[in-house]
Design a protein around this ligand. Structure first.
Ligand SMILES: C/C=C/C(=O)SCCNC(=O)CCNC(=O)[C@H](O)C(C)(C)COP(=O)(O)OP(=O)(O)OC[C@H]1O[C@@H](n2cnc3c(N)ncnc32)[C@H](O)[C@@H]1OP(=O)(O)O
Length: 268
């Protein structure tokens, strides 16, 4: 597969894959999601790759799903078609990042919103620059129950996740670190180097034992209900994004964005 909406760069045993639509806030087009998924499948099969970094070219990590692209390609889908497509490409992509048998690091700068937040949260480690912020405004801006994978209570805690999602607000990199969601906050100019240094350190570990360690760490979450709760939320999310309430909001907000090129973020 040829890559256009991502960059793919190997440095020793570290693969750095970046969202590459900086003029669109790195919004995740259908093509970008397919390319990211393909890059991860390649990384999984490539014994030379020990660690994967997921970042963003330019100012932002990602503005989330490309709403214009989604409306254009799937605006007339039935509920059943939405369920199948999103299960494979939104929840599925997130779970394939989580399940990758190699450590993943999210390298986050600027905006990390909704579907972008879902990708970052699916990584094992999050390194953020001091200008980064995280938000999931979907309840307010689209009238749906958050994004497709409800990772928030797993990476924050239930109370903070509720505040974030109910208000449609955002948390800074520093606040994310206080809550244990972000591993390190570094100056913007140091983000790439800092992340690469950590990735290279992790990459020195024997790959099979690393895969087994990740398997056990992820199983610990699964034993607590991680996978089941994400699958259950996905169905709830689909119901919430099939209602009249949802379509009234989307037809106003997103259609205006598609027509006028404006964003729909409820950036409180
Ligand atoms: C279940 C749903 C899950 C989801 O993921 S829904 C998506 C939720 N995401 C949002 O609501 C993000 C909204 N966007 C923003 O808040 C801002 O934008 C940013 C902070 C990401 C970037 O701000 P700045 O750097 O000031 O740039 P800019 O002029 O606002 O945007 C640059 C271009 O990017 C387009 N864009 C931004 N976000 C999206 C998006 N999510 N889908 C499609 N396009 C997007 C804009 O419209 C514009 O485009 P043009 O230059 O043609 O006017």
């Amino acid at each position: 597969m040829e890559y256009n909406d991502i960059t793919y760069e190997k440095t020793g045993a570290v693969l750095r894959v970046c969202h590459n639509r900086p003029d669109k806030g790195n919004a995740q087009s259908t093509r970008l999601l397919a390319e990211l998924d393909d890059a991860l499948a390649r990384a999984k099969a490539d014994s030379e790759v020990h660690v994967v970094i997921i970042g963003g070219q330019g100012k932002h990590f990602s503005a989330g799903h490309d709403l214009a692209d989604g409306m254009k390609l799937r605006g007339d889908y039935t509920v059943e078609q939405h369920w199948h497509w999103e299960q494979e490409h939104f929840l599925g992509n997130a779970m394939r990042i989580w399940d990758l048998p190699k450590p993943t690091i999210a390298e986050v700068s600027g905006a990390c919103i909704a579907g972008g937040f879902m990708v970052a949260n699916s990584c094992d480690i999050v390194i953020a620059s001091d200008d980064a912020y995280f938000s999931d405004p979907v309840l307010h801006s689209m009238g749906a129950a958050a994004v497709e994978a409800l990772l928030h209570p797993w990476v924050l805690n239930t109370r903070k996740a509720k505040e974030l999602l109910f208000t449609g607000g955002k948390i800074s990199a520093e606040e994310g670190k206080e809550w244990g969601m972000v591993n390190h906050v570094v100056p913007r100019a140091d983000l790439e180097d800092f992340t690469m240094k950590m990735a290279q350190q992790i990459a020195k570990a024997p790959p099979h034992a690393t895969a087994m360690l990740k398997r056990s760490l992820n199983r610990t979450a699964d034993i607590q209900g991680y996978r089941n709760s994400l699958n259950a939320h996905f169905d709830t999310h689909t119901v919430s994004s099939s209602t009249k309430e949802f379509w009234d909001i989307v037809n106003q907000g997103v259609a205006a964005m598609v027509a006028g090129g404006k964003n729909s973020g409820s950036d409180k």
